[in-house]
Design a protein. Sequence first.
Length: 421
Amino acid sequence: MNVLLIGSGGREHALAIALSKSPLLRKLFVAPGNPGTAEIAENVVLNVSDHRAVVDFCKIAAIDLVVIGPEQPLVDGLVDDLEASGIAAFGPSREAARLEGSKAYTKALCDRARIPTAAYGRFSDRAAALAYLEKTGAPIVVKADGLAAGKGVVVAETIADARAAVEACFSGAFGAAGAEVVIEEKLEGEEASLFALSDGERVLALGSAQDHKRVGEGDTGPNTGGMGAYSPAPIMSAAIEARAMAEIVEPAIAAMRAAGAPFKGVLFAGLMIGRDGPKLIEFNARFGDPETQVVVPRLDEDLLALMHDCALGRLRTERIRLKPRAALTVVLAAQGYPGEPERGTEINGIARAAALPDVVVTHAGTKRDGARLLANGGRVLNVTGFGADVRAAREAAYKGVDAIDWPGGFCRRDIGWRALG
Ligand code: AMP
Ligand code: GLY
């Protein structure tokens, strides 16, 4: 098969590595890709928001499957436009991607399908939202309805912070994403993520992960896209995973199908595991970054075959097999991240790190300048280690980190602390 993978981050590099191992693959293109994907695939320049241009490329290059990494093209309906032109795509339709694109849509689905989640109210009116806050009190969680690049959620410990978050949404801090606001109960417990593959009808668990969102050690400081992750999540026991599938993921897939918007692709459930079991925090309609870097290499399956089956609505596999190994990834970020990252600093030693046993390095925000490799973003590299358990995976990952010579970067040294207790 000829495959076009859309995206440019560490997630896409990890997907490219897995896809390139498939015996079904003839040629892999990545748009736009990064210097890491360039080593194993052909990077192509395409304006992904121009769906006509993507369709035209697929026809010229005889693409059999398009795999979409990030959420924006899904929410924009790229899958709909590809399928309308007879091109198979892995990822949900515009309507099904609303599971990520609109928090209010997902809350309404939870009501219909009786999916356990935080109690909530939704508001498109500032005064009504503020009145609701007076009733609930703090702590409370305020969310802009739409996609806000991970910045639209405030877990408010005081009513003053909650009011400020509501004001920010209605004053346009998140543009159209904040025109509607969801206010919900703060859930207690430990967070974990569960990934599942669906062809619109059947759904299979793909693995669990936990990430570290805060920039600082001990999970302190501002939120980021994720500073590290590991898989499996120790808290996601077989029993908890079975409950999360039966009570959250399977009902969601069934409800989407019943609504005439079958969800095909990977459903990423962000869960809070509390005393009375798993509750849904949010769905994402795509793989996580950096969770993909730890979830996908654990698959003891042909990822391309699975994705193609999902796209064609013919997922027949009984159960997805995982290797009996753990994975842990450390994000190397440029100084300044998550604020304005310093660009253009030189990175050395990747080959040395990648030559170590049980270490894989993926590129997230790099660029080539002749023979030199430069930082070109906030999250720049991911160093992933593998081992018999999370502790061994972490040891391998930090050996890889220490082999890299990049004075312009930093990382957290405590990834996995919760799992290692
Ligand atoms: P979201 O963008 O919905 O994933 O929210 C970002 C983060 O906010 C989550 O990963 C949680 O840490 C936190 N969060 C969101 N909703 C809740 C909630 N209802 N209770 C507690 N924490 C939450
Ligand atoms: N790491 C969280 C995400 O991909 O949304």
